[in-house]
Design a protein around this ligand. Structure first.
Ligand code: AOF
Ligand code: ZN
Length: 360
């Protein structure tokens, strides 16, 4: 339709730029902007950190050329609302006399949601929307869910054997996947606001849940621990730098224990519990209030089972190792058959990555 090969090239560049904000802009979206005049890029920018300048502003400021008459590409509709961290972008675009704006997605934020486009058009600017719309939604899948539902986008990550086992026995740590998969998991951690595990995984695996195998920043580490049973000596409790650990526990957990953890720098959330079992919806709402837009669920079996049987996931990533365990425990215990759809498969060294989504 209305999009040329050049349009496609420039919007793809916006996606690349947007991606650089990952890990730093939450709960804001990932946004990249390219300004083009007479067939060449005269300005570029991306939203770098929460509270910082928007992609459009940075792109305009990066340009040494006359912007009047240029085309501005942006993966997200420019904002037009006030009472937030920064001034709106639409008035800036209008004042620079940009003649065309090309965007992938309308901003689902109810304060914008088409109003940015309307204001630009009213000012006589040609606005073309919907270029590589699905790719744009994929880039901002965290934001798209969070801004509407106020709970994080949830990815469940499971490493398993060919015969579908996550460990050789209950409470036994079993290493299944190869180096490339480990790197990939660290990449995921770098991209997600938070990672979550159950107390049992802490006891059995004593993981750090940090980003070590790739360059990146650590996610917030969250433990669900109904009776506050994790050891203060666990790796995840020993904070050595900027790492953050949060524990969700029951309202009935002992105050003394809570204080002991708080003294170590751990943030404790107390929620109502049914026989020490916390309500996941309550946890997710609490995370939403804390501006957590994306959550990587890393185990173990009880946690996987609860998230899956309550349909609390957006994606499941299986890291399939070519090992046969023969005996052991499987990733979930669910009631009945659940049909999923394969979204993507990819070879990761010796393993296979399978991304699944709910079959809607
Ligand atoms: C854009 N470009 O780069 C971003 C946008 O608090 P603020 O000022 O950072 O505004 C956040 C809101 O602005 C956010 O909820 C979303 O609607 C929009 N984000 N818009 O035009 C950007 N990051
Ligand atoms: Zn803006």
């Amino acid at each position: 339709m209305k999009f040329s090969t050049q349009d496609l090239t420039y919007i793809k560049r916006c996606f690349e730029l947007a991606d650089k904000g990952r890990g730093f802009v939450s709960p804001n979206p990932f946004v990249g902007t390219v300004i083009v005049k007479d067939g060449s890029i005269i300005g570029e920018g991306w939203h770098k950190n929460f509270g910082g300048a928007h992609a459009e502003v940075i792109a305009v400021e990066s340009s040494n050329e006359e912007i009047k008459g240029a085309t501005l590409y942006c993966n997200l509709e420019p904002c037009c609302h006030f009472n937030k961290q920064t001034p709106p972008c639409v008035p800036l675009i209008i004042s620079k006399e940009i003649s065309r704006v090309v965007i992938s997605n309308l901003d689902p934020n109810p304060n914008v949601n088409g109003n940015g486009v309307k204001q630009l058009r009213k000012a006589g600017i040609r606005v073309d929307t919907g270029i590589l719309e699905d790719e744009g939604k994929e880039v901002n899948k965290f934001y798209f869910k969070y801004v509407i539902e106020k709970v994080p986008y949830i990815t469940i990550k499971i490493a398993q054997s060919i015969d579908g086992k996550i460990s050789a026995d209950k409470d036994v740590q079993t290493w299944l996947t190869g180096e490339d998969s480990v790197k990939y998991v660290h990449q995921l951690r770098d991209r997600y606001d938070a990672v979550l595990v159950g107390a049992n995984t802490i006891k059995v695996d004593d993981p750090r849940l940090t980003v070590r195998e790739v360059k990146g920043r650590d996610p917030i580490r969250i433990i669900i621990d109904g009776d506050l049973s994790v050891s203060p000596d666990s790796n995840i409790i020993k904070l050595t730098g900027d790492e953050k650990t949060w524990i969700f526990t029951s309202e009935n957990s002992h105050q003394e224990k809570i204080e002991q953890f708080e003294k170590l720098g751990i943030k404790i959330f107390q929620l109502p519990a049914d026989k020490k079992k916390l309500d996941l919806d309550g946890i997710l709402k609490e995370l939403g209030k804390e501006s957590i837009t994306s959550l990587l669920v890393e185990g173990g079996r009880q946690i996987f089972s609860q998230f899956i049987s309550q349909e609390l996931f957006d994606e499941i990533v299986i890291l399939q190792s070519p090992k046969i365990l023969g005996k052991g425990i499987s990733a979930f215990e669910t009631n009945g058959i659940k049909k999923l759809k394969i979204k993507k498969t990819e070879r990761l060294g010796e393993d296979l990555k399978i991304v699944l989504v709910d079959r809607q």
